[in-house]
Design a binder for this molecule. Structure first.
Ligand SMILES: [Zn+2]
Ligand SMILES: [Zn+2]
Length: 270
């Protein structure tokens, strides 16, 4: 379930209601599960996790793609994870030989923030990249380093016996796509991919290390994915503009494509 679909910064206001203004966060439910045990990123969309869990705590793992604000800012603002009975295994992409805890503390400690990571309630583990592949909760997870800007960034493939998806919310394909990244996304049932810019905005896309809608569609078609989810929308892309974003894709579309929307549930595989 998509809890936040924006990039860079939240987008509040009447022009952003239908697609939603929260930044990147995806809740993943195992087959037959009533509640999520895996979260992709922890942007401000994480605040909506309480709506899925009621008053219950989150008990599971969070995989961060990278440490930009829009992917971590929700961590201290979700009652579901900041809860006495929560259990959170938080995987932080390694950077510069600094421990996962200390990387978080660069953002979450005074004077930037009132508390340090240890101030979060519940049982937290601050962990590095997951080994690839590894079993995390009910899922087999593979992580691969991908091109972006400003810090090490991971793309993920998450699979069960019944299906697979890949998650690359911030990705600069114009800097090159390594063979292991092609392998990561090859043939997944669902690909959630950076679509922050358009080809008409190519200079901005290259400047900030992102992807365009058009190149994302091309990559997804080449990788033979089952369904593409255009994700990580620009915070200035209005609902009306997102309604028309698929007009940029050639007709007929080379594969099924949906535009990520907050609250959207996406079935993966059979
Ligand atoms: Zn981002
Ligand atoms: Zn980023």
């Amino acid at each position: 379930m998509l809890l936040g679909v924006r990039g860079s910064t939240p987008a509040p206001g009447s022009d952003y209601i239908r697609y939603g203004g929260h930044t990147s966060c995806v809740a993943v439910l195992a087959d037959g599960a009533a509640t999520p045990t895996l979260l992709m990123d922890a942007g401000t969309g994480l605040r909506s996790l309480s709506g899925l869990l009621g008053s219950e705590p989150f008990r599971g793992s969070i995989l961060l793609s990278h440490l930009h604000w829009d992917h971590v800012e929700g961590l201290p603002f979700s009652r579901a994870v900041d809860h006495d009975d929560a259990r959170v295994d938080l995987h932080v992409p390694a950077q510069d030989g600094v421990s996962p805890r200390d990387l978080l503390a660069r953002m979450f400690s005074p004077p930037s923030f009132p508390i340090e990571p240890e101030g979060l309630l519940g049982a937290w583990q601050f962990l590095p990249d997951p080994a690839s592949p590894s079993s995390i909760e009910e899922f087999e997870v593979t992580a691969v380093e991908i091109n972006h800007k400003g810090g090490r960034t991971l793309g993920y493939r998450v699979a069960t016996d019944s299906g697979s998806f890949a998650y690359l919310p911030d990705h600069a394909p114009s800097q090159g796509i390594a063979p292991d990244v092609w392998n990561l996304i090859d043939g997944v049932d669902v690909l959630l991919h950076d679509a922050q810019f358009t080809e008409a905005e190519r200079p901005l896309s290259d400047l900030y290390g992102h992807a365009t809608v058009e190149e994302t569609v091309e990559i997804a078609a080449k990788a033979g994915v089952g369904q593409l989810v255009l994700f990580h929308h620009s915070p200035v892309r209005t609902d009306d503009q997102l309604d028309r974003i698929l007009e940029l894709v050639e007709s007929p579309s080379p594969l099924p494509i949906v535009v990520a929307r907050e609250g959207m549930r996406i079935a993966v595989g059979g």
